[in-house]
Design a protein around this ligand. Structure first.
Ligand code: RP5
Length: 164
């Protein structure tokens, strides 16, 4: 049983999506990873969503490029939260995937992050799960505090460099 399922339209999307897995790991959220396509494996996609729901998956992250219908197709099969990542592949560099992912009809939402927005998809999924999990909420707060410290450190280093 994994809390989150990451689904991608092709293994060629994986390098863009690896940060989903590393970020969820940092936050202590378990994740199943599958290559499944809305167009090329429609039946297996539907079956996986049903199985994942049965075994307790609480959110789906779906990533695809070009005619990116995976997130929408998954959202059609589940009432659990679906987060879409448009992937920059193909001649339009992800603009096609962005529109295909974000422009869902009313009643079947896909929470769409930026093109290639792997880290934000993971953080958003964790934040959704954290609404009912105080320990996870605390881990997210720590993670964000670490991020703040990193930015402040960069600010300090740049100021030092400019001083001369
Ligand atoms: C999309 O087509 C995939 O999500 C990928 O971004 C793109 C290219 O797929 P491959 O030809 O590499 O399998 O469905």
């Amino acid at each position: 049983m994994a809390d989150v399922a990451l689904m991608m339209g092709s293994d060629s999307d994986w390098p863009t999506l690896e940060p989903v897995v590393t970020t969820l790991k940092e936050l202590g959220v378990s994740c199943a990873v599958r290559v499944l396509s809305a167009h090329r494996t429609p039946e297996q996609t539907r079956e996986f969503v049903a199985e994942a729901e049965k075994t307790g998956t609480r959110a789906f992250i779906c990533a695809a490029g070009v005619a990116a219908h995976l997130a929408g197709a998954v959202a059609a099969h589940t009432a659990r939260p679906v987060i879409g990542i448009p992937v920059a592949s193909g001649p339009l560099n992800g603009f096609d995937a962005l529109l295909s992912t974000v422009q869902m009809p009313p009643g079947v939402p896909v929470a769409t992050v930026a093109i290639n927005g792997a880290v934000n998809a993971a953080v958003l999924a964790a934040q959704m799960l954290a609404t009912g999990d105080a320990k996870l909420a605390a881990r997210i707060a720590d993670w964000r505090a670490a991020q703040t410290r990193k930015v402040l450190e960069k600010d300090r280093k740049l100021a030092e460099k400019l001083k001369g």
